[in-house]
Design a protein around this ligand. Structure first.
Ligand SMILES: [Zn+2]
Length: 216
């Protein structure tokens, strides 16, 4: 009898928020961070559709994550993964494993290669966004959460309206002739009001935000 040692792997996904993603990066993209005492089970997901659904419907709709969610992809030694019973949670595609928190170290040791982000959702910026996407800082008022690059290298403006100072890139400047400086001065003179009809983020502080510009 010949014993075959297999290097076969099973691909898995896991939806994470920005805090867990930061911890994963701290671990060299090779392991998932320990669970909290209130989280007795670690849930890797077995298909991308399910992982994307959790990320978009859950992570990206929560103020706790800043409305951001990431789909991570990784491979686990198949022989190890086979130890766990596949759990189907509701729909037939909703397949996941239930790994007890105390076995997470062993699970991590069976990850082959790196944990990669394959999709990113941003509930404030219209759903799925490019993986490289990060929010942009308003060059007028320092608001850090614009969805689009205000003045992309390809030219023109983003047409996004800064919810903080109300500047619309490509319109306030190109069509109406305001410079960033002029708009900023006028906004400061008016007492730095929140310009969007939506409610300002919790803890929004326009004076602190302006110092982001000076720091650059
Ligand atoms: Zn602004």
């Amino acid at each position: 009898m010949i014993l075959i040692v297999s290097d076969e792997t099973t691909e898995m996904f896991r939806p994470v928020g920005p805090k867990e993603l930061a911890r994963i990066h701290q671990l060299g993209d090779r392991a998932f961070p320990p669970r909290l005492p209130s989280q007795p089970v670690f849930y890797p997901v077995l298909n991308e559709f399910y992982a994307r659904k959790i990320t978009s419907d859950w992570n990206a709709t929560s103020p706790d994550t800043g409305y951001r969610g990431y789909v991570t992809w990784f491979r686990v030694r198949a022989a190890y993964a086979a130890r766990f019973e596949i759990q189907t949670v509701g729909a037939s595609w909703a397949k996941e494993l239930w790994v007890p928190a105390e076995e997470l170290d062993e699970f991590n040791a069976n990850i082959v290669g790196l944990i990669e982000v394959v999709a990113q959702y941003d509930g404030k910026c219209g759903g799925e966004v490019a993986v490289e996407h990060s929010r942009f800082t308003c060059p007028v008022c320092g608001y850090p959460d614009l969805c689009d690059e205000p003045r992309p290298a390809v030219g023109g403006g983003s047409y996004e309206i800064c919810p903080s100072c109300g500047f619309q890139f490509g319109v306030s400047d190109e069509d109406r002739g305001f410079s960033f400086e002029a708009w900023r001065s006028s906004w400061i003179e008016r007492g730095m009001p929140w310009s969007s009809g939506n409610i300002a983020p919790v803890g929004w502080d326009p004076a602190v935000q302006l110092t982001r510009l000076e720091a650059k």
